[in-house]
Design a protein. Structure first.
Length: 185
């Protein structure tokens, strides 16, 4: 059975990489890095536990000093889910169901042609025509939403992912890397 037997971080002078060391069913070995470079190696070229631990400490030191985790080795929440309340007016047209107005919460009205990308994706909206692409016929929309009256406001709560505060992520990465260094020193 072919397996990765070690994964080791290294810095090439410009940025960080991961090297994966493979052992194959026939007893041969190879190394492959995250850039796609692949070459056969001898069993003696596979790093030992001490070398792997040292490479991991070097990477942890980098993360502790900079707060940057380019290999995404540390499990820090980098995004959060944001919930937004939107209201839409939808009417029948020859294109099916079309959005004529949009409102975010109670504060602001939007021309449907200029909705944020996460709202366009949620509605599966054809931006130029304001047509809901999932409902190319009004009858299909009516069957899906039988209580909706054309032209009235329809409420939707839309969830989408947004990046967390970068300073918070950096602080958490540094703390995790320091804990790693403390435990493995």
């Amino acid at each position: 059975m072919d397996n990765i037997i070690a994964t080791v971080p290294y810095h090439c002078g410009e940025h960080w990489h991961l090297t994966h060391y493979w052992r194959y069913a026939d007893g041969s070995f190879s190394e492959c890095d995250t850039d796609g470079n692949h070459e056969d190696i001898d069993a003696d070229d596979v790093p030992g536990a001490e070398d792997i631990a040292m490479a991991r400490r070097e990477y942890a030191q980098h993360v502790a000093e900079t707060g940057d985790d380019p290999l995404r080795e540390y499990f820090v929440k980098r995004e959060t889910v944001k919930r937004e309340t939107w209201h839409f007016r939808i009417v029948p047209s020859i294109l099916g169901a079309c959005v004529t107005q949009a409102r975010h919460g109670k504060r602001s009205d939007f021309d449907p042609r200029y909705l944020p990308s996460h709202v366009v994706a949620y509605l599966n909206l054809a931006v130029k025509s304001n047509a809901l692409q999932d409902f190319p016929r009004w009858k299909l929309f009516e069957e899906t939403f039988p209580d909706y009256k054309p032209g009235t406001w329809m409420r939707h709560v839309i969830e989408h992912r947004v990046p967390r505060n970068p300073e918070t992520v950096t602080r958490e990465l540094r703390a995790m890397a320091r804990r790693h260094l403390k435990r493995n020193s």
